[in-house]
Design a protein around this ligand. Sequence first.
Ligand code: ZN
Length: 205
Amino acid sequence: MMASSHVPFAAICWLGYATYTNQPVTIPQLLVASFAGLLPDIDSPSSTVGRRIRPVSKFIGSMVGHRGFTHSLIFSYILVMSLMYITANFAGENAGLLYMYIPPLIVGYLSHILGDMFTPSGVPLLWPWKFKFKLPYTFKADSKTETVFVSWLVIFSFTAYINFVFLEKNPIQNVDLTNPDSVITYVSVLWDTPSTIDPAMVETK
Ligand SMILES: [Zn+2]
């Protein structure tokens, strides 16, 4: 998958995960997930992330190759454990806030691996076993099929989300569109982190 597909794919994976686990979707978490959707390609100096930190990506690429270790379950597991450890031991009073960004980061990261499984070359999910896992339905990276597939997935996911969840569970029903204060409060809630959302705040028109 291309970077332009990984970003929206990561976003909709987070949308699905957050909805499934009954948590409000916030824009900062959506952004973290989208960014994490690019991270595994840090093993390629020509990728979107790799180009920004060429020496690092060149080094990683020469050590583990493209679509190797960073596209595996074991690396994802090490990443989660490291993030949890760092947050618990070094984040101090910001730990609570940081913990909120670990799930979108991981979901975004895993979405990249899943996304690459849609391509015929697959991913070494169980690295160091070299076997490349791919889905029964695949398409070439940067092909028209990829663009069409991702576009439809994005349109479907976002409209489904807005219809079935956003309009029913989120406080948008309580937003009085003729009252600017009410709209501003609603937008600020979307930007907020889940722990600081006060339902009472948005229910008052
Ligand atoms: Zn990749």
